[in-house]
Design a binder for this molecule. Structure first.
Ligand code: AMP
Length: 220
């Protein structure tokens, strides 16, 4: 039986900061539900659902998918967790999403416990993303230097189309314009907790766990 944290958190930070990797580790360790809007959207594209068909061009160009489209996906996924013990990865990404999310959870008396801000410089973002590879079936992230895929699954590795250098630069600009302003919003709400995202996967995981343990002590 895994220890339950009783926390509702969102991982926040630039593309490539390690949100997906850290979310997976937390979910394995604490039995939380991993809600990655990016993964949900990529699955929808693969399955050619109406949402997938609508989202496709935005994602491939490194632009944000319209708020209303992602909101329904996020809501459905949180419902599955009964609004307990989830890790949002890549949501919210705009002020409108942040306002909707906080209002939605507050009305259910299940407020967000924390926004964990994984901080990383632009140079490190570009280096990390250009060396990232993704398992085409499970969506698990690998890194050619820090977390190389084992030889037997090499043939299942893909480079995301939006991890090509031009798309990375574009995503960084989108992040700065649309998502970075949320730092102020969540900081004012007293929810923002900064974590240095530079270092090995295990080192960053240990930092995030230490933060969550201290939050658990304070909030539960
Ligand atoms: P990610 O895997 O989180 O990097 O997301 C990949 C892409 O999915 C993003 O570049 C966006 O095009 C889209 N996406 C994921 N989450 C959101 C969101 N919260 N709002 C808008 N678009 C999103």
């Amino acid at each position: 039986m895994q220890p339950q944290l009783g926390l509702r958190i969102a991982l926040f930070g630039p593309p490539g900061a390690g949100k997906g990797t850290q979310a997976r580790l937390l979910c394995t360790r604490f039995g939380m539900l991993h809600i990655s809007t990016g993964n949900i959207l990529r699955r929808a594209i693969k399955e050619q659902t109406p949402i997938g068909l609508e989202a496709r061009a935005y994602i491939h160009q490194g632009n944000l998918v319209p708020d209303e489209l992602v909101r329904d996906l996020a809501e459905e996924a949180m419902r599955v967790s009964a609004f307990e013990d989830f890790v949002l990865d890549g949501y919210p990404r705009t002020c409108q999403q942040a306002e909707w999310l906080t209002g939605f959870l507050n009305r259910r008396e299940r407020p967000l416990s924390a926004i964990v801000y994984l901080m990383l410089s632009d140079e490190e973002v570009v280096t990390r993303l250009s060396r990232r590879r993704v398992h085409k079936e499970t969506g698990e992230n690998f890194h050619l230097d820090y977390k190389p895929p084992p030889p037997e699954i090499q043939h299942l590795m893909l480079q995301r189309r939006d991890d090509q250098p031009a798309a990375i630069r574009h995503r960084l600009r989108v992040y700065e314009a649309e998502t970075q302003p949320l730092v102020r919003y969540f900081s004012k709400a007293g929810l923002l907790h900064e974590v240095d995202a530079l270092g090995s996967i295990e080192t960053v995981h240990a930092r995030v766990c230490a933060l969550l343990q201290s939050l658990k002590g304070r909030l539960n």
